[in-house]
Design a protein around this ligand. Structure first.
Ligand code: GLY
Ligand code: MN
Ligand code: MN
Length: 435
């Protein structure tokens, strides 16, 4: 991505910081086993503000230091290590590439962070799974406070940087929307490929392999989350990730899989019959989820709240479940008493962006917040009838979810992932063509 966008975000952050300082440290890479590591993926806030992607880095954004508002800290040149793990830029090259005022060795970070803390009233730190950094920052804050308060001012509070960045990240800019569209397009094409290649007798992991291979071939370094490919009863487990069962003739297959492109997520689910043709029972239940999803997406526009969207979704799901005999009673009572929960136990959607479950509050002052232009989220109703439920036998072992990714626009919405078939006829036609 062009560096201008990161500079623009830092400028916006500076306004929010006031006399505060932002101190960000990249989490360490994670060991997989013995001396192998998981592929590194930097903290989303760091990427959002700097465009930097490598481990062993830290960043101080300090409006009180007029000469060096933006200092970055990186692993210094080390010819021997570079032979093993890849070349590093010089400090000057980093300044040039990332638009910093100053670049130092990561070894100088703690001292510089201590000095920066002395200049600020609020210390904003990036909180993530790196608890040791969090503790270290707390200790440093306390030490600085003890020293500085004898002389007058000192830092008053330590805060999560996300209190600023989450709101910034909630409204996507044009560059982000483009990346999400690209992630959505590649993921959508992979879903079509999986549908075309599905046959009873194959393994769930073979469909996973087709999709993830496609992601990689199209420049995606990673999935946006662990791929879920579940047939029959496995589809009733919300985050099933074993993906190692054989696909059976009359099963519905649920695939919830998508790539991360240029750091941005997509999140698509489709459910389809293993043999290309829905049974009557599957068709009836599938149509309920589809109707709920279509109606919920149609309602997406500025001003509507997540809670209202969920209510639309839930009402259609419950009406449908009563209609097919899966639930008994009055729709209003079922919703009030939440007796639908054995079959629909999650919310209608979530924010999406740099993280698949992206940051941002869903409520403001205790109330569901109205959607605004630039917000991106999923709409993903489902019905899951596991063998554990006391549903009529004919519905047991059916899990259905349909998930698309939506952008709120000035006029209404844009569906990033609309190109993956989801109408029953379209799925049957696509799968029929490939037989
Ligand atoms: N793929 C995870 C989710 O849909 O939330
Ligand atoms: Mn989702
Ligand atoms: Mn999903």
């Amino acid at each position: 991505m062009n560096q201008d966008i990161f500079a623009k975000r830092r400028k916006k952050l500076l306004k929010e910081l006031g006399k505060g300082v932002a101190i960000l440290k990249s989490p360490p890479s994670q060991t997989r086993s013995n001396d192998t590591e998981y592929n590194y993926r930097i903290d989303s806030d760091i990427y959002y503000l700097t465009g930097y992607k490598n481990a062993g880095s830290a960043f101080i954004i300090n409006p009180n230091d007029k000469e060096n508002v933006y200092t970055m800290f990186v692993l210094p040149k080390d010819p021997e290590r570079e032979t093993w793990v890849g070349r590093r830029l010089t400090f000057d090259q980093n300044i040039e590439k990332y638009g910093a005022n100053k670049c130092l060795s990561i070894d100088d970070f703690e001292k510089a962070a201590t000095e920066a803390m002395k200049t600020a009233d609020t210390i904003y730190i990036n909180m993530n799974h790196d608890t040791s950094n969090r503790h270290k920052m707390m200790d440093m804050f306390q030490n600085v406070k003890n020293i500085v308060q004898r002389e007058g001012d000192g830092p008053l509070r330590i805060e999560a940087l996300s209190s600023i960045t989450s709101e910034m990240r909630l409204i996507k800019d044009a560059v982000e929307i483009e990346a999400i569209q690209k992630a959505s397009d590649i993921s959508a094409e992979a879903h079509v490929l999986a549908m075309k290649n599905c046959k009873p007798g194959k393994s769930e992991y073979q469909l996973q392999g087709i999709m993830e291979g496609y992601f990689l071939q199209n420049g995606c370094k990673s999935v946006a989350y662990g791929s879920i490919v579940g047939g029959g009863e496995n589809a009733t487990v919300l985050h099933y990730e074993n993906n190692d069962s054989e696909i059976k003739n009359n099963d519905l297959i649920l695939i919830d899989a998508a790539c991360e492109y240029d750091m941005y997520a997509s999140d698509i689910t489709r459910t389809f019959p293993a043999n290309g043709k829905f049974t009557d029972v599957q068709r009836a239940l599938y149509q309920v989820v589809l109707d709920a999803q279509n109606a919920t997406i149609a309602a997406c526009k500025p001003g509507i709240t997540f809670e209202e969207l969920h209510a639309i979704d839930l009402k259609i799901l419950v009406e449908g479940m009563v209609g097919v005999g899966l639930l008994k009673g009055k729709v209003k009572d079922i919703i009030k008493d939440e007796t639908y929960k054995p079959y629909f136990m999650h919310k209608t959607g979530h924010w999406m962006g740099l993280d698949v479950h992206d940051v941002g509050n869903y409520k403001k002052k205790g109330k569901s917040r109205p959607l605004e232009e630039g917000m991106v989220f999923t709409v993903e109703p489902g019905i899951y009838v596991s063998q554990e439920t006391d549903a009529p036998n004919k519905y047991k072992g059916i899990g259905i979810r349909i998930e698309d990714n939506i952008l709120i626009t000035k006029e209404g919405h844009h569906n990033f992932t609309r190109l993956v078939p989801k109408e029953i006829n379209d799925i049957e036609m696509l799968m029929g063509e490939s037989k």
